[in-house]
Design a protein. Structure first.
Length: 445
């Protein structure tokens, strides 16, 4: 089967956590204890004042609630949908101590933010400073958008450069549809543009412009380009038709482009992206979906609630199993994958037990699609000659200001962290925006 242009997917990708109706939101808001020390706020990477925004919902002040959220997190709508609240704000809720259900903080945040957007999503536009310094942001993902909004609201002139057709980063291209749809991500991009931020898409470094061009034209540069292509497996048959990476697979159906969906699919990996791809394949009509992971269930890096959702959707899990070869037919298309059982050996450099293949345990899984979700490569070449320090393939940036070893360059998001949550990228982008503003103000006296 295939996904056709313009296909409506709302029923196929039903939301995991539907929005709260108005009355339920009021009831839920009034369950909050409005803690003075607010462990939920401390658990949020952007430190949203959770008791304050919930209190405003309880009094019917939804715009005031949204403004409280936006003051800390300019991407409050998407974060309300994609944040792993179970292990962040809701995981820290004091009601756990009393064996009670935690406050539905994510859904309450969504309730306030959707009201704000349905009412027009308007904020005052800050006037440009006289002879305003110019800032360039590379990439239009959550980190860059948060940085751009911060410096623009401080009166600076900012332009965001995105290589792809659509801005929004993984919020637009790589988050599963049952969590966040592209239209919601693009609503936030439009909102940030309404603040006076210029977003230029289809602008790939090395083709239409060079870093040297940005250095001449802009006073500071923020790098929020995320990560590169998915890591290669280096297995025979990896280049066969029907083998693709998880980010591309998710991006195909999210943007309603024609893309193949196999009848029998094998997903390789154990992270949240692997889970997203496996669930998506099943929802799109695959008869059987297997997720192959070389370690055991306890070592799987995906969140427990993602794993439970995948099991309910019908995804099959093969633990302590590693791929060794992908086979194909005379037409060049995948027709199976050869795997081997593994056992846990000595710890590797990171301290995790290293999987070892067990001889004589190979077996075949017939399939017509293999989706690879082994993490993404680092974009070390982008700043190779810009005197920017790297560590383990990631940009080294000051934790408080986002400034790199080249003082004109700031950075945040996955290109610094190596891959974390959307909310972490937003927090880093906002901090870098503040760092850029402080640096420029101090430099200019």
């Amino acid at each position: 089967m295939s996904i056709t242009e313009g296909q409506v997917r709302e029923e196929v990708f039903a939301e995991v956590r539907p929005a709260l109706p108005k009355q339920e939101a009021l009831v839920e808001a009034n369950r909050c204890l409005f803690c003075f020390d607010a462990p939920c706020t401390n658990a949020c990477p952007t430190h949203i004042d959770v008791p304050r925004f919930i209190k405003k919902i309880s009094t019917g002040n939804l715009r005031g609630s949204a403004l409280t959220i936006l003051d800390a997190n300019i991407l409050g709508l998407s974060c309300s949908r994609v944040c792993p609240v179970d292990v962040l704000c809701e995981g820290a809720c004091v009601l756990h101590r009393y064996n009670k259900k935690p406050i539905e903080i994510g859904l309450l945040q969504r309730h306030a933010m959707e009201h704000f957007y349905s009412a027009g999503a308007k904020l005052p536009v800050a006037p440009l400073r006289e002879k305003a310094p110019r800032i360039a942001c590379i990439g239009a993902g959550p980190a860059s958008l948060a940085c751009a909004a911060e410096v623009r609201q401080r009166g600076f002139d900012v332009t965001v450069f995105e290589s792809r057709e659509w801005a929004g980063g993984l919020n637009t291209h790589g988050v599963a549809d049952y969590k966040l749809r592209p239209k919601d991500s693009l609503r936030e991009v439009e909102f940030i543009e309404s603040l006076g931020v210029e977003v230029k898409t289809g602008m790939k470094i090395g083709e239409l412009f060079q870093l040297e061009d940005l250095e001449r034209e802009f006073d500071a540069i923020f790098v929020g380009c995320g990560l590169g292509p998915t890591e290669k497996m280096n297995l025979p048959g990896e280049d066969l038709h029907g083998v693709l990476d998880a980010i591309s697979f998710i991006g195909y159906y999210k943007l309603s482009r024609t893309g193949p969906v196999g009848r029998r699919v094998v997903v390789i990996g154990g992270g949240n992206t692997a889970i997203d791809a496996a669930i998506a394949a099943k929802l799109l009509g695959s008869n059987e979906v297997y997720l192959v992971y070389r370690r055991g269930e306890p070592e799987m890096p995906a969140f427990a609630f993602e794993y439970e959702h995948a099991k309910k959707t019908g995804v099959n899990f093969l633990w302590q199993t590693a791929p060794v070869k992908i086979s194909g037919g005379p037409n060049g298309y995948v027709n199976g994958i050869e795997c081997v059982r593994t056992r846990m050996g000595e710890p590797d450099a990171s301290g995790r037990s290293r999987p070892e293949n067990v001889e004589g345990t190979t077996f075949q899984i017939p399939c017509d699609m293999v989706i690879v979700a082994l993490g993404q490569t680092k974009l070390t070449q982008l700043l190779a000659d810009r005197k920017v320090e790297f560590s383990s393939g990631c940009i080294v940036a000051d934790a408080k200001s986002g400034q790199t070893s080249n003082p004109k360059y700031f950075a945040g998001g996955d290109c610094v962290s190596g891959g974390r949550e959307v909310v972490d990228a937003v927090a880093e982008g906002k901090r870098a925006g503040m760092g850029i503003a402080n640096w420029l103000e101090n430099r200019n006296g």
